[in-house]
Write a protein that binds this ligand. Structure first.
Ligand code: ZN
Length: 181
């Protein structure tokens, strides 16, 4: 869970990063940025900020912001009904991103979240900079991380059903609880 204050602060920071990256967003969109702590209550370590630009029954376009040294936990997009699962292309707009997926262990630049090493099993590392992109087939496990300057990226995909996503860390709950404080 996060507090209302944390939510507003994270939204403001994410909106600033997105605008700084050169993407024009309205104030209304900035107010709608989703702050996701994955139910772990340590947003600055494991979390993501998401602005949804397009969401129809078929496609989805999002802008994701990761704060400095923030990690999006390892997950995959499973089949849902007759849909084989979300196919996704991630493209970096600003910052450097460490992206992990199946393949040879080339882990070098990133870090494993302390105490959660067993929840990050993909060790094939891509170092992605602005203009770099990667396309993931449905069901492929992945996680990613920002370093010192944070990262802003696009996510283009077939329909996103975020609540159906599967995570290696069984403690994760996809819906963020916000409490007054
Ligand atoms: Zn994903």
């Amino acid at each position: 869970m996060i507090t209302t204050q944390e939510l507003l602060h994270a939204r403001r920071q994410a909106a600033g990063m997105i605008r700084e990256a050169g993407i024009h967003i309205t104030d209304k969109e900035a107010d709608g940025i989703e702050v996701v702590d994955f139910g772990l209550s340590r947003l600055e370590k494991e979390g993501v900020q998401v602005l949804t630009l397009v969401q129809t029954d078929r496609i989805s376009v999002k802008v994701l912001a990761l704060f400095p040294n923030q990690t999006e936990p390892e997950h995959w997009h499973p089949p849902v009904g007759s849909d084989p699962g979300k196919e996704e292309t991630v493209r970096v707009i600003s910052g450097t991103m460490y992206f992990y997926l199946p393949g040879e262990n080339t882990f070098k630049e990133g870090f494993l979240v302390k105490g959660k090493e067993h929840c990050y099993t993909m060790r094939h590392e891509l170092v992605m900079r602005p203009g770099d992109q990667v396309t993931l087939a449905p069901g492929v496990k992945h996680w990613f991380q920002a370093r010192n300057e944070g990262v802003v990226m696009y996510s283009f995909s077939t329909i996103a059903r975020d609540v159906m996503d599967q995570f290696t860390d069984k403690a994760i709950v996809r819906t963020t609880k916000v409490v007054e404080k």
